[in-house]
Design a protein around this ligand. Structure first.
Ligand SMILES: O=C[C@H](O)[C@H](O)COP(=O)(O)O
Ligand SMILES: C=C(OP(=O)(O)O)C(=O)O
Length: 445
């Protein structure tokens, strides 16, 4: 049955929604947003669903990554280029090692809203509403800045449009040429202490490219890259205003991004976020933390993927390095036994956050790596497909996570701690992770 009403969630409890003080301003903003053009085309969402279908069948790998929280002042050519470049470099290494296509999805062009553990923040005895992402309020710790302002939803739309426009230009205009991406990887291997241990892998990729070149193979696929956008569907008023009936199929698509996911804090089975996600045809992700029960996973499948369509539903597990080997096996086993075929990917970030002695929220590179290893081990033991990774990263040389080949120490964290919310892997740590995951694929780690 075709669904054309995206508002059904409105009668249900919705966690983590902003308390907009001016409802009339919100109403006007949402009406404006509903009249704006889509940011993505529904057909592209279908294309991504098909690509993810291949991941679900074990024929492809998903690389999903980007900022924890995008910021309006981060919409610059430099930031976007660095992030994209890092993701493309990671994808090139993973493609070679896994010998399957890597589906590339950014946490980009819409990742402006954050669920929070507490609704307030206290500094030096002053308590204010917590920062909920640039789509809602300001990061600055002042009473004015922390008031939710619906005008920010329009800024999110515009920032997403500008970002996507540049991403499309980079990925189709020649910047993302595989030979260029490989040259960047060679620079990383040659010029950084972290990269040197991957010389052999880089040499093999070099030989493969030289061989294809010698054979006269220079396909268009080398020059352009298929790249998709994704974000957490958190602020439901915004997502609903961007949800449209597709003229081709008569079905609803959330055209704010190609893929949207529902977070760990908003995936309650009978609440608004799952209801909203069940009405749209985009590929949907759901975060699964260590307390997820088999019943919850099976009900999520029933609600979000009743047709059992490979590629429709991605389970993004974020258990923590210490828990993944205990918490994941039963879930994967029982879901597989039910006949469902979701994509399984590993978010090795959100279960591994801690506060350093300096007061910075951080993550250890070794924990991140260990969770990915555990994820691979569990899937290998069960004969299921470790379908991909979901990583918070930036292309900039920030100091937010500790460890990595070009080691960031706890004492270094203050140097370039720029995230508005959670700590991201920097450029070198991200590449390090990609090479290590590549080695896991080849069974050498
Ligand atoms: O990115 C994820 C969440 O928004 C984040 O971990 C919440 O952080 P908090 O615990 O500081 O609110
Ligand atoms: C909030 C996030 O993660 P989780 O829902 O897994 O905590 C996130 O990925 O930004």
């Amino acid at each position: 049955m075709t669904v054309t009403n995206p508002h059904t969630w409105q009668t249900l409890p919705a966690a983590q929604q902003p308390e907009w003080p001016d409802q009339e301003a919100l109403r006007k903003t949402l009406a404006d947003l509903a009249s704006y053009p889509p940011l993505v085309f529904a057909g592209e969402c279908d294309q991504l669903r098909a690509r993810l279908g291949a991941v679900a069948r074990g024929e492809a790998f998903l690389l999903q990554g980007g900022d924890c929280a995008e910021a309006f002042d981060g919409v610059s050519a430099e930031h976007i280029r660095n992030k994209l470049k890092t993701l493309l470099q990671m994808a090139a290494v993973l493609t070679y090692a896994a010998s399957v296509p890597v589906v590339k999805v950014g946490r980009i062009a819409g990742q402006y809203s954050k669920p929070r553990s507490k609704s307030t923040e206290t500094r030096d005895g002053v308590t204010l509403p917590v920062y909920r992402g640039d789509s809602v309020n300001g990061f600055e710790f002042t009473p004015e800045s922390r008031i939710p302002d619906p005008e920010r939803l329009k800024r999110m739309y515009n920032a997403s449009a500008a970002t996507l426009n540049l991403v499309r230009a980079f990925t189709t205009g020649g910047y993302a040429d595989l030979r260029q991406v490989h040259a960047w990887n060679q620079d990383f291997v040659r010029n950084s202490p972290a990269g040197q241990r991957y010389e052999q892998l880089a040499r093999e990729i070099d030989n493969a490219l030289a061989f294809m070149n010698a054979c006269g193979v220079a396909p268009e696929e080398f020059r352009t890259v298929e790249f998709f956008s994704s974000h957490e569907a958190l602020v439901l008023d915004y997502e609903t205003a961007l949800t449209r009936v597709d003229s081709r199929t008569g079905e609803l698509y959330d055209v704010s991004g190609h893929m949207v996911w529902i977070g760990e804090r908003t995936r309650q089975l009978d609440h608004a976020h799952i209801e909203f996600a069940s009405k749209i045809r985009n590929p949907i992700g759901v975060k699964l933390g260590p307390t997820t029960t088999v019943d919850e996973a099976l009900t999520l499948i029933e609600k979000l993927d009743p047709e059992r369509e490979p590629g429709r539903l991605t389970f993004i597990t974020r258990m923590g390095a210490g828990k993944v080997r205990d918490a994941l096996p039963t879930l994967v086993e029982k879901v597989t036994a039910s006949g469902a075929q979701p994509v399984w990917i590993c978010d090795p970030m959100h279960g591994n956050t801690f506060e350093a002695s300096s007061g910075h929220k951080t993550r250890r590179f070794d924990d991140v790596l260990d969770e990915v290893k555990g994820f691979f081990e569990v899937h290998r033991a069960l004969g299921t497909h470790p379908g991909g990774i979901h990583v918070e990263l930036t292309g900039d040389d920030v100091t937010e996570c500790v460890g990595g080949g070009d080691e960031v120490l706890v004492d270094d964290l203050h140097q370039r701690y720029e995230t508005a919310c959670d700590p991201r892997l920097n450029r070198s740590q991200s590449l390090d992770l990609a090479f290590l995951v590549a080695e896991m694929y080849r069974g050498t780690v």
